[in-house]
Design a binder for this molecule. Structure first.
Ligand SMILES: [Zn+2]
Length: 235
């Protein structure tokens, strides 16, 4: 049977589209090295304070466009943290675990105010980054406030949103507000779907206090404890 060329191309088309891209468990859990992964780009020094910062190609492209627009408006956006792998996140986690006091559960809860358990960070995905300062206060006055207001007005046009908003009726669990943390919705939303499909608590082990991952239900409360603005969804 002959299949008309047009019909054939319609059948094949979805396979080459972004919608069907799937990610490996290693990519989802932060077990890849972005320096050696072809999906990532190294950021030029004008965009970041870090010597070697990486983002996914499409995230970096969108960021560069947004950065340029911001520059024109007198706003500078500097990435201070981008992709972090699971090993790096373990370093952050263990350092805080050893420096905080209290019961183990208290420590885990306290670290989780602002830091992720290894294997649960959106920074693993190459879709998220922190800009300018790791303090909400910075973004509440002066130049920082101008930068934050600019992001609120324009970031969604480039696909970016702030996943960790202040707690509200819609978002009542998870990390505290992070005005510095921004995420690229088109790719990150696919990562989150893949995460919910593939990852279980058996995958979140091998760090101090891993037993609290399931006890505190970090997949529901933290990985999924985000708010997605309507304007980025509708963009
Ligand atoms: Zn962050």
């Amino acid at each position: 049977m002959k299949i008309p060329l047009l019909a054939l191309s319609l059948i094949l088309m979805p396979l080459s589209g972004n919608e069907v891209t799937t990610y490996t468990k290693a990519e989802i859990l932060g077990d890849v090295n972005p320096a050696q992964h072809r999906g990532f780009d190294k950021l030029k020094s004008k965009y970041t304070t870090k010597a070697d910062a990486y983002l996914r190609d499409e995230v970096y492209d969108a960021f560069k466009k947004m950065w340029k627009h911001a520059q024109k408006d007198g706003i500078s956006l500097t990435i201070i943290s981008a992709t972090r792998n699971r090993e790096y996140q373990s370093g952050i986690w263990n350092r805080k675990w050893n420096s905080f006091g209290g019961s183990e559960e208290d420590r885990a809860n306290r670290i989780l105010e602002y830091s992720s358990m290894p294997g649960t960070s959106r920074h693993h995905w190459g879709t998220d980054f922190d800009i300018n300062a790791l303090e909400n206060e910075y973004f509440e006055q002066g130049q920082g406030l101008k930068e934050y207001e600019w992001m609120q007005a324009h970031a969604h046009k480039y696909g970016f949103f702030q996943p960790y908003t202040a707690f509200n009726n819609y978002r009542d669990a998870g990390y505290h507000e992070e005005k510095w943390h921004w995420s690229y919705y088109p790719t990150a939303s696919r990562f989150l779907r893949a995460y919910n499909h593939l990852v279980t608590y058996d995958d979140l082990q091998n760090f101090t206090g891993w037993q609290y991952a399931e006890k505190l239900d970090v997949i529901n409360n933290y990985v999924n404890g985000i708010e997605v603005s309507e304007k980025v969804k509708n963009n």
